[in-house]
Write a protein that binds this ligand. Structure first.
Ligand SMILES: [Ca+2]
Ligand SMILES: [Ca+2]
Length: 472
């Protein structure tokens, strides 16, 4: 009897040991888990100081964050427009596997059972709060299951900064507005997030602050325009005949604002954005306004970082800052996003963590936003999720020079993909036409070399990274 009792005790001890080791091997106790400050910036391309996309970008605060952690210089979205970029990042599922290609598809119709990043964190004891634009829904939770709380504010800024002397057909959604910063939605969201950093929290938190700028319209107070005097504005580097070597579909993407999910094309007055910009002499003004709007966002990223630094959470909070896709301001005579080139797909990505990761380092390996979910859950000490499409790049946070050759995939509608490696950008359209750029020799992507015979083997190799199957 005693012998049986002893063996039962031993048996239970073994169970407890196996179970607890399994838990603690992968998990830190809830109370010691790091917090996450998650900063999303809408439509921010590489015009930040640390990325050098424009020589006049003034982003001292975003650059300060890069100096406190690892700034990725080749980070790419999984889709070059809001909805699919954000859904793929937040679900960890690529557009080709979710069927979310455009702004029209709904998350829970396409992915009814996907565990969103925030839901996963909640399962492990996190309190998740958000405000602004995190999903493709400004001032709206987007997915109610993701949040313990979502902050909403009245967006009273209806003022237009558009030059009233311009004819109605001019395309110029930019200019200074006569409002106080505090009236801007983004400032209200930042102030709310700061108030959360000033509170005591009994659970680890995931605090998401989604800037709605620098999405159009570029209406911000005059002081941000004053930081970028119009007379000094430098235009992006462009080449007048740059489109000539594009296949037809590439030309179409450069020419039109094409909404994948609805098939709608928008060309006002029968003219392209760039033609209208030139016709009404708006190029310098547009560049000034984008720089001004970025500087506005940067100022409030700074307030948020200051608040974190001054809070009790400074030593136990991971900060992630990302833009959802790139933006053209005349390169390839194209404006906006909706294409598969470097300028449409490259954005800032900065991760800082007080413990264990490198400080003030740039990482030049290409990384994808699809990898953010697995990276973050690893940093938080949570179990890996096999079902995600991405791969954690935590090794790059410990050593930004580590060997890392995972090609990055960006998708714009079914059948249209770009593959980015350290040297190459390969674009493959649904009709089999393609583009290839050699970034060692051609960082502006001016020369499409897809038809040069000696690069056929490069293309064949890059094609291996295209999705094998694609969901409708
Ligand atoms: Ca966007
Ligand atoms: Ca060209």
């Amino acid at each position: 009897m005693i012998k049986k009792f002893k063996s039962e005790i031993i048996f239970y001890w073994i169970i407890v040991l196996v179970f607890s080791q399994n838990i603690f091997a992968q998990n830190t106790p809830v109370s010691e888990k790091p917090n996450v400050l998650f900063i999303a910036v809408d439509d921010l391309n590489d015009w930040t100081g640390y990325l050098g996309g424009h020589p006049q970008a003034k982003t001292p605060n975003i650059d300060r964050l890069a100096s406190e952690g690892v700034g990725f210089t080749r980070a790419y979205c999984s889709a070059p427009l809001c909805n699919p970029s954000r859904i793929s990042l937040l679900t960890g599922i690529l557009p080709s596997n979710s069927g979310v290609y455009g702004n029209g598809e709904r998350l829970r119709e396409k992915l009814p059972t996907a565990t969103i990043l925030m839901q996963y964190l909640k399962q492990y004891g996190y309190n998740t709060q958000g405000g602004g634009k995190i999903f493709h829904a400004a001032n709206n939770p987007g997915d109610v299951a993701s949040w313990d709380f979502y902050f909403k504010a009245n967006d009273v800024t209806r003022a237009s900064g558009r030059d009233i002397d311009l004819p109605k057909d001019a395309w110029a959604p930019w200019g200074a507005i006569d409002v106080e910063d505090e009236e801007m939605l983004d400032v209200k969201v930042v102030n709310w997030a700061i108030s959360e950093l000033e509170k005591s929290h009994d659970k680890p938190f995931f605090l998401a602050c989604g800037f709605t700028k620098p999405h159009l319209p570029w209406y911000v107070p005059q002081k941000y325009f004053d930081m970028h005097p119009l007379d000094d504005i430098i235009l992006p580097k462009t080449k007048d005949d740059d489109r000539n070597d594009l296949p037809e579909y590439g030309k179409k993407l450069a020419r039109e604002v094409h909404t994948i999910s609805t098939g709608q094309n928008h060309i006002k007055s029968g003219k392209e954005d760039h033609e209208l910009v030139l016709k009404y002499d708006q190029w310098h003004k547009g560049v000034q306004a984008y720089l001004a709007t970025i500087s506005f966002v940067d100022a409030y990223v700074g307030k948020l970082l200051d608040a974190l630094e001054n809070s009790e959470y400074a030593d136990n909070t991971i900060v992630v800052l990302w833009g959802d896709h790139g933006w053209h301001l005349g390169e390839k005579q194209h404006w906006r996003k909706h294409a598969l080139w470097e300028n449409t797909t490259r954005t800032p990505l900065i991760i800082s963590a007080p413990k264990s990761i490198e400080k003030n380092r740039l990482c030049e390996s290409p990384v994808s936003f699809i990898d953010i979910y697995p990276t973050l859950i690893e940093l938080c000490g949570l179990p890996e999720r096999e079902e995600l499409d991405g791969k954690s790049f935590v090794p790059l946070l410990h050593n930004p020079d580590a060997k890392w050759d995972k090609p990055v995939l960006t998708t714009y509608g079914k059948g249209n993909h770009a593959i980015r490696t350290e040297r190459w950008r390969y674009i493959h359209y649904f009709d089999g036409t393609d583009e290839l750029y050699d970034h060692q020799k051609d960082p502006e992507e001016w020369k499409n070399i897809a038809d040069v015979p000696k690069y056929r083997s490069v293309i064949e190799e890059l094609k291996n990274s295209l999705p094998k199957t694609e969901r409708d």
